[in-house]
Unconditional design. Sequence first.
Length: 341
Amino acid sequence: MCEDRAMPVFRHPGRHRVAVLVRHGLLPLELGIPHRLMGRAKTEDGTLLYEVVTCSAEPGPVRTDADFTVNVDHGPEALDDADTVIVPAAHEADEPFAEGVLSRPLADALARIRPGTRVASICTGAYVLAAAGFLDGRRATTHWASCARFQALFPKVSVDPDVLYVADGNVLTSAGVASGIDLCLHMVREDYGTAVANSVARRTVVPPHRDGGQAQFIERPVPVAGIHSTGTARAWALENLGQPLTLRALAERESMSVRTFTRRFREEVGVSPQQWLTRQRVERTRQLLEETDLPVDRIAADAGFGSAASLRAHFQAALGVSPSAYRRTFRTGRDTETVAA
Protein backbone atom coordinates (compact mmCIF):
# COMPACT_ATOMS: atom_id res chain seq x y z
CA MET A 1 0.00 0.00 0.00
CA CYS A 2 2.88 2.37 0.70
CA GLU A 3 4.21 1.74 -2.78
CA ASP A 4 0.85 2.83 -4.22
CA ARG A 5 1.08 6.15 -2.41
CA ALA A 6 4.75 6.64 -3.34
CA MET A 7 3.92 6.23 -7.03
CA PRO A 8 0.43 7.69 -7.56
CA VAL A 9 -1.61 6.38 -10.46
CA PHE A 10 -3.00 9.80 -11.42
CA ARG A 11 -0.25 12.21 -12.37
CA HIS A 12 -2.12 15.33 -13.50
CA PRO A 13 -3.59 17.36 -10.62
CA GLY A 14 -6.63 19.35 -11.65
CA ARG A 15 -7.90 16.91 -14.25
CA HIS A 16 -11.01 14.83 -13.62
CA ARG A 17 -9.72 11.34 -12.75
CA VAL A 18 -11.42 8.37 -14.47
CA ALA A 19 -10.60 4.75 -13.59
CA VAL A 20 -11.82 2.02 -15.96
CA LEU A 21 -12.11 -1.25 -14.01
CA VAL A 22 -11.70 -4.26 -16.32
CA ARG A 23 -12.05 -8.03 -15.86
CA HIS A 24 -11.38 -11.21 -17.85
CA GLY A 25 -13.65 -11.47 -20.88
CA LEU A 26 -13.41 -7.72 -21.51
CA LEU A 27 -14.94 -6.31 -24.70
CA PRO A 28 -12.11 -4.26 -26.29
CA LEU A 29 -14.54 -1.77 -27.83
CA GLU A 30 -15.96 -0.93 -24.41
CA LEU A 31 -12.48 -0.34 -22.99
CA GLY A 32 -11.71 2.07 -25.82
CA ILE A 33 -14.84 4.19 -25.39
CA PRO A 34 -13.89 6.07 -22.17
CA HIS A 35 -10.30 6.52 -23.34
CA ARG A 36 -11.31 7.84 -26.77
CA LEU A 37 -14.15 10.13 -25.67
CA MET A 38 -13.31 11.33 -22.17
CA GLY A 39 -9.58 10.98 -22.70
CA ARG A 40 -9.69 13.41 -25.64
CA ALA A 41 -12.06 16.02 -24.18
CA LYS A 42 -10.26 19.36 -24.02
CA THR A 43 -10.67 23.09 -23.58
CA GLU A 44 -10.60 25.47 -26.52
CA ASP A 45 -6.84 25.94 -26.08
CA GLY A 46 -6.23 22.17 -26.16
CA THR A 47 -5.83 21.41 -22.44
CA LEU A 48 -7.06 17.88 -21.66
CA LEU A 49 -9.87 17.78 -19.11
CA TYR A 50 -9.74 14.12 -18.00
CA GLU A 51 -7.04 11.66 -17.04
CA VAL A 52 -8.20 8.11 -17.84
CA VAL A 53 -6.41 5.01 -16.53
CA THR A 54 -7.20 1.29 -16.83
CA CYS A 55 -7.06 -0.89 -13.74
CA SER A 56 -8.08 -4.35 -12.56
CA ALA A 57 -8.56 -6.09 -9.23
CA GLU A 58 -5.37 -8.03 -9.95
CA PRO A 59 -3.00 -6.27 -12.41
CA GLY A 60 -1.44 -8.21 -15.27
CA PRO A 61 -2.74 -9.73 -18.53
CA VAL A 62 -6.54 -9.52 -18.88
CA ARG A 63 -8.28 -11.75 -21.41
CA THR A 64 -10.64 -10.12 -23.89
CA ASP A 65 -13.40 -11.70 -25.96
CA ALA A 66 -11.12 -11.29 -29.00
CA ASP A 67 -7.86 -13.08 -29.85
CA PHE A 68 -5.61 -10.88 -27.71
CA THR A 69 -5.07 -9.89 -24.10
CA VAL A 70 -4.69 -6.45 -22.54
CA ASN A 71 -1.80 -5.88 -20.17
CA VAL A 72 -3.10 -3.84 -17.24
CA ASP A 73 -0.40 -2.15 -15.16
CA HIS A 74 -2.60 -0.59 -12.49
CA GLY A 75 -4.27 -2.49 -9.66
CA PRO A 76 -7.18 -1.51 -7.41
CA GLU A 77 -5.21 1.43 -5.97
CA ALA A 78 -6.40 3.41 -9.01
CA LEU A 79 -9.89 3.39 -7.50
CA ASP A 80 -8.76 5.20 -4.34
CA ASP A 81 -8.54 8.65 -5.91
CA ALA A 82 -10.86 8.31 -8.92
CA ASP A 83 -13.56 10.92 -9.46
CA THR A 84 -15.39 8.54 -11.83
CA VAL A 85 -15.20 4.73 -12.00
CA ILE A 86 -16.43 2.99 -15.17
CA VAL A 87 -17.06 -0.79 -15.31
CA PRO A 88 -17.29 -2.22 -18.86
CA ALA A 89 -18.84 -5.59 -19.64
CA ALA A 90 -16.93 -8.87 -19.45
CA HIS A 91 -18.56 -11.79 -21.22
CA GLU A 92 -16.87 -14.42 -19.05
CA ALA A 93 -17.94 -12.96 -15.74
CA ASP A 94 -21.12 -10.90 -15.80
CA GLU A 95 -24.37 -12.84 -15.94
CA PRO A 96 -23.31 -15.70 -13.60
CA PHE A 97 -23.43 -13.20 -10.69
CA ALA A 98 -26.06 -13.85 -8.08
CA GLU A 99 -27.09 -10.90 -5.95
CA GLY A 100 -24.25 -9.83 -3.71
CA VAL A 101 -21.85 -12.52 -4.97
CA LEU A 102 -18.51 -11.15 -6.16
CA SER A 103 -15.03 -12.60 -6.13
CA ARG A 104 -13.07 -11.50 -3.09
CA PRO A 105 -10.49 -9.48 -5.12
CA LEU A 106 -13.25 -7.68 -7.04
CA ALA A 107 -15.30 -6.99 -3.90
CA ASP A 108 -12.19 -5.63 -2.15
CA ALA A 109 -11.39 -3.45 -5.14
CA LEU A 110 -14.89 -1.95 -5.27
CA ALA A 111 -14.77 -1.29 -1.51
CA ARG A 112 -11.92 1.16 -2.17
CA ILE A 113 -14.20 3.55 -4.08
CA ARG A 114 -14.71 6.72 -2.04
CA PRO A 115 -18.25 7.74 -1.01
CA GLY A 116 -19.65 10.23 -3.50
CA THR A 117 -17.53 8.97 -6.40
CA ARG A 118 -19.45 8.79 -9.68
CA VAL A 119 -19.83 5.14 -10.72
CA ALA A 120 -20.93 3.99 -14.18
CA SER A 121 -21.29 0.77 -16.16
CA ILE A 122 -21.36 -0.12 -19.83
CA CYS A 123 -23.65 -2.94 -21.00
CA THR A 124 -23.63 -5.91 -18.58
CA GLY A 125 -21.05 -4.21 -16.41
CA ALA A 126 -24.23 -3.27 -14.53
CA TYR A 127 -24.15 -6.76 -13.00
CA VAL A 128 -21.02 -5.76 -11.08
CA LEU A 129 -22.56 -2.56 -9.75
CA ALA A 130 -25.75 -4.39 -8.76
CA ALA A 131 -23.92 -7.24 -7.05
CA ALA A 132 -21.89 -4.68 -5.09
CA GLY A 133 -25.06 -2.89 -3.96
CA PHE A 134 -24.51 0.35 -5.89
CA LEU A 135 -27.87 0.00 -7.65
CA ASP A 136 -30.09 -0.90 -4.69
CA GLY A 137 -33.19 1.27 -4.75
CA ARG A 138 -32.11 2.93 -7.99
CA ARG A 139 -33.30 2.97 -11.57
CA ALA A 140 -30.86 1.30 -13.99
CA THR A 141 -30.53 -0.38 -17.38
CA THR A 142 -28.38 -2.94 -19.13
CA HIS A 143 -28.36 -4.69 -22.53
CA TRP A 144 -31.94 -5.37 -23.65
CA ALA A 145 -31.25 -9.12 -23.97
CA SER A 146 -30.20 -9.27 -20.30
CA CYS A 147 -32.83 -7.03 -18.69
CA ALA A 148 -35.26 -9.81 -17.65
CA ARG A 149 -32.53 -11.92 -16.04
CA PHE A 150 -30.99 -8.85 -14.46
CA GLN A 151 -34.31 -7.85 -12.87
CA ALA A 152 -34.85 -11.37 -11.55
CA LEU A 153 -31.37 -11.47 -9.96
CA PHE A 154 -31.57 -7.96 -8.51
CA PRO A 155 -35.14 -7.23 -7.40
CA LYS A 156 -34.02 -4.13 -5.46
CA VAL A 157 -33.14 -2.44 -8.77
CA SER A 158 -35.76 -0.76 -10.97
CA VAL A 159 -34.74 -1.90 -14.46
CA ASP A 160 -35.70 0.23 -17.47
CA PRO A 161 -35.20 -1.87 -20.63
CA ASP A 162 -36.20 0.91 -23.05
CA VAL A 163 -33.43 3.50 -22.66
CA LEU A 164 -29.84 3.94 -23.85
CA TYR A 165 -28.61 5.00 -20.43
CA VAL A 166 -29.86 5.97 -16.98
CA ALA A 167 -28.37 8.62 -14.68
CA ASP A 168 -29.65 8.14 -11.13
CA GLY A 169 -27.69 10.59 -9.02
CA ASN A 170 -24.01 9.70 -9.11
CA VAL A 171 -24.67 6.15 -10.39
CA LEU A 172 -25.07 5.66 -14.14
CA THR A 173 -25.76 2.59 -16.27
CA SER A 174 -25.91 2.14 -20.03
CA ALA A 175 -27.38 -0.40 -22.42
CA GLY A 176 -25.47 -2.55 -24.93
CA VAL A 177 -21.90 -1.80 -26.02
CA ALA A 178 -22.23 1.32 -28.23
CA SER A 179 -24.51 3.00 -25.70
CA GLY A 180 -21.31 3.47 -23.71
CA ILE A 181 -20.61 6.25 -26.22
CA ASP A 182 -23.91 7.92 -25.31
CA LEU A 183 -23.12 7.51 -21.62
CA CYS A 184 -19.62 9.00 -21.84
CA LEU A 185 -20.83 11.93 -23.93
CA HIS A 186 -23.54 12.52 -21.32
CA MET A 187 -20.92 12.61 -18.55
CA VAL A 188 -18.72 15.00 -20.55
CA ARG A 189 -21.77 17.19 -21.17
CA GLU A 190 -22.65 17.23 -17.48
CA ASP A 191 -19.05 17.95 -16.44
CA TYR A 192 -18.03 20.55 -19.01
CA GLY A 193 -21.09 21.52 -21.04
CA THR A 194 -22.60 20.95 -24.46
CA ALA A 195 -19.85 22.67 -26.45
CA VAL A 196 -17.12 20.33 -25.14
CA ALA A 197 -19.32 17.23 -25.60
CA ASN A 198 -20.24 18.26 -29.15
CA SER A 199 -16.57 18.82 -29.96
CA VAL A 200 -15.72 15.31 -28.72
CA ALA A 201 -18.61 13.87 -30.75
CA ARG A 202 -17.48 15.65 -33.92
CA ARG A 203 -13.92 14.38 -33.60
CA THR A 204 -15.19 10.85 -32.99
CA VAL A 205 -17.71 11.13 -35.86
CA VAL A 206 -20.72 10.16 -33.74
CA PRO A 207 -23.96 12.05 -33.00
CA PRO A 208 -23.73 14.15 -29.82
CA HIS A 209 -27.10 12.75 -28.75
CA ARG A 210 -28.95 9.73 -30.16
CA ASP A 211 -32.73 9.76 -30.25
CA GLY A 212 -34.86 7.00 -28.83
CA GLY A 213 -34.01 3.97 -26.73
CA GLN A 214 -33.18 0.28 -26.88
CA ALA A 215 -36.56 -0.60 -28.42
CA GLN A 216 -35.29 0.49 -31.83
CA PHE A 217 -32.51 -2.15 -31.69
CA ILE A 218 -34.59 -5.14 -30.59
CA GLU A 219 -35.32 -7.62 -33.37
CA ARG A 220 -38.97 -7.47 -34.39
CA PRO A 221 -40.71 -10.85 -34.80
CA VAL A 222 -42.25 -9.64 -38.08
CA PRO A 223 -40.23 -7.23 -40.27
CA VAL A 224 -42.01 -3.99 -41.20
CA ALA A 225 -42.00 -3.99 -44.99
CA GLY A 226 -41.72 -0.76 -46.97
CA ILE A 227 -41.63 1.50 -43.93
CA HIS A 228 -41.28 5.20 -44.76
CA SER A 229 -38.84 7.33 -42.83
CA THR A 230 -39.87 10.29 -40.69
CA GLY A 231 -36.43 11.83 -41.09
CA THR A 232 -37.60 14.67 -43.34
CA ALA A 233 -40.07 15.85 -40.71
CA ARG A 234 -37.43 15.66 -37.99
CA ALA A 235 -34.93 17.66 -40.03
CA TRP A 236 -37.59 20.28 -40.75
CA ALA A 237 -38.55 20.45 -37.08
CA LEU A 238 -34.95 21.06 -36.03
CA GLU A 239 -34.80 24.03 -38.42
CA ASN A 240 -38.05 25.42 -37.02
CA LEU A 241 -37.94 24.71 -33.28
CA GLY A 242 -39.05 28.25 -32.50
CA GLN A 243 -42.35 27.70 -34.30
CA PRO A 244 -45.48 26.09 -32.76
CA LEU A 245 -44.96 22.67 -34.35
CA THR A 246 -48.10 20.54 -34.39
CA LEU A 247 -48.33 16.82 -34.93
CA ARG A 248 -50.45 17.45 -38.01
CA ALA A 249 -47.81 19.77 -39.49
CA LEU A 250 -45.10 17.16 -38.96
CA ALA A 251 -47.23 14.41 -40.49
CA GLU A 252 -47.93 16.56 -43.54
CA ARG A 253 -44.18 16.88 -44.20
CA GLU A 254 -44.19 13.11 -44.81
CA SER A 255 -47.61 13.00 -46.54
CA MET A 256 -48.94 10.74 -43.80
CA SER A 257 -51.98 10.71 -41.58
CA VAL A 258 -51.34 11.75 -37.99
CA ARG A 259 -51.99 8.21 -36.80
CA THR A 260 -49.56 6.62 -39.27
CA PHE A 261 -46.89 9.26 -38.66
CA THR A 262 -47.13 8.83 -34.88
CA ARG A 263 -46.78 5.05 -35.14
CA ARG A 264 -43.85 5.17 -37.56
CA PHE A 265 -42.11 7.94 -35.63
CA ARG A 266 -42.16 5.82 -32.47
CA GLU A 267 -40.95 2.75 -34.42
CA GLU A 268 -37.98 4.68 -35.81
CA VAL A 269 -37.05 6.93 -32.90
CA GLY A 270 -38.29 5.02 -29.86
CA VAL A 271 -40.26 7.91 -28.32
CA SER A 272 -43.34 9.92 -29.26
CA PRO A 273 -43.02 13.02 -31.49
CA GLN A 274 -43.86 15.28 -28.54
CA GLN A 275 -41.23 13.68 -26.30
CA TRP A 276 -38.66 14.05 -29.08
CA LEU A 277 -39.57 17.71 -29.67
CA THR A 278 -39.26 18.54 -25.98
CA ARG A 279 -35.83 16.88 -25.86
CA GLN A 280 -34.63 18.87 -28.89
CA ARG A 281 -35.91 22.11 -27.36
CA VAL A 282 -34.10 21.38 -24.10
CA GLU A 283 -30.87 20.73 -26.05
CA ARG A 284 -31.35 23.99 -27.97
CA THR A 285 -31.87 25.78 -24.66
CA ARG A 286 -28.65 24.31 -23.26
CA GLN A 287 -26.73 25.51 -26.29
CA LEU A 288 -28.09 29.05 -26.05
CA LEU A 289 -27.49 29.24 -22.30
CA GLU A 290 -23.87 28.18 -22.80
CA GLU A 291 -23.02 30.18 -25.89
CA THR A 292 -25.04 33.42 -25.60
CA ASP A 293 -26.09 36.05 -23.10
CA LEU A 294 -29.69 36.06 -24.35
CA PRO A 295 -32.35 36.51 -21.63
CA VAL A 296 -34.47 33.50 -20.75
CA ASP A 297 -37.56 34.99 -22.42
CA ARG A 298 -35.73 35.22 -25.74
CA ILE A 299 -34.27 31.72 -25.38
CA ALA A 300 -37.76 30.37 -24.64
CA ALA A 301 -39.00 31.87 -27.91
CA ASP A 302 -36.02 30.65 -29.96
CA ALA A 303 -36.24 27.11 -28.54
CA GLY A 304 -40.01 26.90 -29.00
CA PHE A 305 -41.15 26.80 -25.38
CA GLY A 306 -43.20 29.98 -25.83
CA SER A 307 -42.74 31.38 -22.34
CA ALA A 308 -39.98 31.57 -19.75
CA ALA A 309 -42.22 29.69 -17.29
CA SER A 310 -42.65 26.79 -19.71
CA LEU A 311 -38.92 26.71 -20.43
CA ARG A 312 -38.05 26.64 -16.73
CA ALA A 313 -40.51 23.83 -16.02
CA HIS A 314 -39.28 21.61 -18.87
CA PHE A 315 -35.60 22.38 -18.21
CA GLN A 316 -35.92 21.61 -14.50
CA ALA A 317 -37.76 18.37 -15.26
CA ALA A 318 -35.14 17.25 -17.79
CA LEU A 319 -31.93 18.27 -16.02
CA GLY A 320 -32.82 18.88 -12.40
CA VAL A 321 -31.45 22.45 -12.37
CA SER A 322 -32.79 25.87 -13.29
CA PRO A 323 -31.67 27.63 -16.50
CA SER A 324 -29.86 30.30 -14.48
CA ALA A 325 -27.95 27.71 -12.42
CA TYR A 326 -27.03 25.84 -15.59
CA ARG A 327 -25.75 29.03 -17.23
CA ARG A 328 -23.64 29.93 -14.17
CA THR A 329 -22.04 26.49 -14.26
CA PHE A 330 -21.40 26.05 -17.96
CA ARG A 331 -21.02 29.53 -19.39
CA THR A 332 -19.05 31.32 -16.66
CA GLY A 333 -17.37 28.10 -15.57
CA ARG A 334 -16.25 27.19 -19.08
CA ASP A 335 -14.83 30.65 -19.75
CA THR A 336 -12.92 30.58 -16.47
CA GLU A 337 -11.42 27.16 -17.20
CA THR A 338 -10.36 28.20 -20.70
CA VAL A 339 -8.64 31.37 -19.51
CA ALA A 340 -6.98 29.71 -16.54
CA ALA A 341 -5.67 26.72 -18.49
